[in-house]
Design a protein around this ligand. Structure first.
Ligand code: AMP
Length: 454
């Protein structure tokens, strides 16, 4: 099936073919005609499925065929994303696909000066891509008017809720025209009850699009677990990268401090590495990403939030240096590889402390991940599981997420989920060394690490 049959204009088809895309991905096939029809959409699509073009193409078409206001251009389409990187990428996609159309777009996010953004907004734009915090800053300063928005897109809505942006989203919604007089599109990799509630509030009789099975990982990604002692993970990682000659590897840690430390250690091992997380300035994050994309940096060490939205084509290797505390993050992490039809490999280095996290992930995936003990890196059976500690101080207190990681605002993730996580651990007194899937060997606080230090 080609793009021609979806009802897209010649200008958009030209831009698509200039990108080298020959056929639409499943989410594009489903979403484009529905969005062109003006309907609301609730789409369950992971990153890597081509979802950005899935909403950007029909959005551009609808705006370009509507009445063009050549005077002061009000914002007619608003795309809200959880992270700066995702905002920048969506902004790029809009520019790329819209290059033959007379529409103007802009991206606003926190962590950079607001004045240039104000100047851009003042000149008038049709499409605004924004993270919630900075968008509300502009709204508060009356440097943006959202009362003419015809199309609203919430991208990666699950992550926005996860980052505590629900209050900001509510505030943004209050600034928009009523839901029946705009088109609303909600994209989310997972469908929690919270997402369903948000969808009920936001969408009018939405069409439901689901391309990948819920909470499952892309079929093309080969997943593997290597049990290894915590103290030997770095050595094993360097060994795997060196011996397989991996040229581009995205490595996940749980904390910002852990990301920094690992990047430094890898550098000492002679492997070019950079860390990307919320304590880095926007400039440093952009530079690290550019170096990684160009091949100058071989290993990018990232926290979950910072990695969210990274669009790196054909990324061959993702390594979970540490498993995420929240199983859904595993799906997001490994979604970085095997993108848009390319094969990828996701390797998890799992120490005894993380066995429960692994079980939670496998429960979510409804499958077990192949497990292989590597020769020379066999776990020491005398080591007992310990609670997983948080960040630099190593304390286990639950603490709110620092919003700097995303767009600089919002509320901490809800209490309820923290309690849920806390309950799910076993007592450290019962901890024994076991095979990762043989069960109950996780420390009490292992899963209670909130998400504040990533
Ligand atoms: P996304 O899921 O929107 O982050 O897109 C993932 C990647 O797929 C991006 O690098 C896009 O450039 C690419 N892509 C999107 N649509 C297509 C298509 N129809 N054919 C090939 N690649 C695509």
């Amino acid at each position: 099936m080609s793009f021609d049959t979806l009802g897209l204009s010649a200008e958009l088809l030209r831009a698509i073919s200039e990108q080298g895309y020959t056929e639409p991905t499943p989410v594009q096939r489903k979403a484009i005609p529905i969005i062109l029809d003006g309907k609301d959409v609730l789409a369950g699509a992971q990153t890597g499925t081509g979802k950005t073009a899935g909403f950007t193409l029909p959005l551009l078409q609808r705006l370009s065929t509507g009445p063009v206001n050549n005077g002061r251009r009000p914002v007619r389409a608003l795309v809200v994303t959880p992270t700066r990187e995702l905002a920048a990428q969506v902004g790029e996609s809009i520019k790329t696909y819209g290059r033959h159309l007379p529409l103007r777009s802009a991206v606003v996010f926190g962590g950079v000066k607001i004045n240039p953004q104000i100047a851009t907004l003042r000149r008038g734009i049709d499409i605004l891509v924004a993270t919630p915090g900075r968008l509300l800053d502009h709204a508060g300063q009356k440097t943006v008017d959202l009362s003419h928005v015809e199309i609203l897109v919430l991208d990666e809505a699950d992550r926005m809720l996860d980052m505590g942006f629900i209050h900001d989203i509510r505030k943004v919604l209050a600034l928009l025209p009523a839901s029946h007089s705009r088109q609303s599109l909600l994209f989310s990799a997972t469908f929690s009850d919270e997402i369903k509630q948000l969808a009920d509030r936001l969408l009018n009789s939405p069409e439901l699009i689901e391309v990948a099975r819920r909470n499952t990982t892309a079929e093309l990604i080969a997943q593997r677990v290597h049990p290894v002692d915590k103290s030997r993970k770095r050595e094993l990682l360097s060994h795997m990268i060196g011996s397989h000659n991996w040229r581009q590897v995205l490595v996940f840690t749980r904390t910002k401090h852990g990301a920094n430390r690992l990047a430094q250690q890898l550098e000492k091992d002679g492997l070019s590495a950079a860390a990307i997380h919320g304590n880095k300035s926007q400039g440093a994050r952009t530079r690290a990403l550019a170096g990684f994309k160009s091949g100058a940096v071989r290993i990018l060490v990232a926290t979950d939030i910072a990695a969210r939205g990274l669009d790196i084509d054909q990324l061959p290797h993702v390594v979970n240096f540490e498993l995420p505390n929240v199983p859904e993050d595993y799906v997001h992490r490994i979604g970085r590889t095997g993108r848009a039809g390319n094969e990828g490999e996701a390797v998890s280095l799992v120490c005894i402390d993380e066995h429960k996290l692994l079980r939670d992930i496998e429960r979510l995936l409804k499958r077990s991940i192949p497990c292989e003990v590597l020769e020379g890196y066999e776990p020491d059976p005398t080591i007992k599981a310990e609670p997983i500690t948080r960040g630099r101080g190593g304390n286990n207190r639950s603490q709110p997420r620092k919003q700097a990681e995303g767009a600089g605002r919002g509320q901490p993730a809800g209490k309820r989920s923290t309690n849920k996580r806390r309950k799910s651990g076993d007592s450290p007194a019962t901890a024994q060394h076991r095979h990762p899937r043989s069960g109950r060997s996780q420390g009490k606080n292992s899963a209670q690490d909130g998400r504040g230090n990533r």
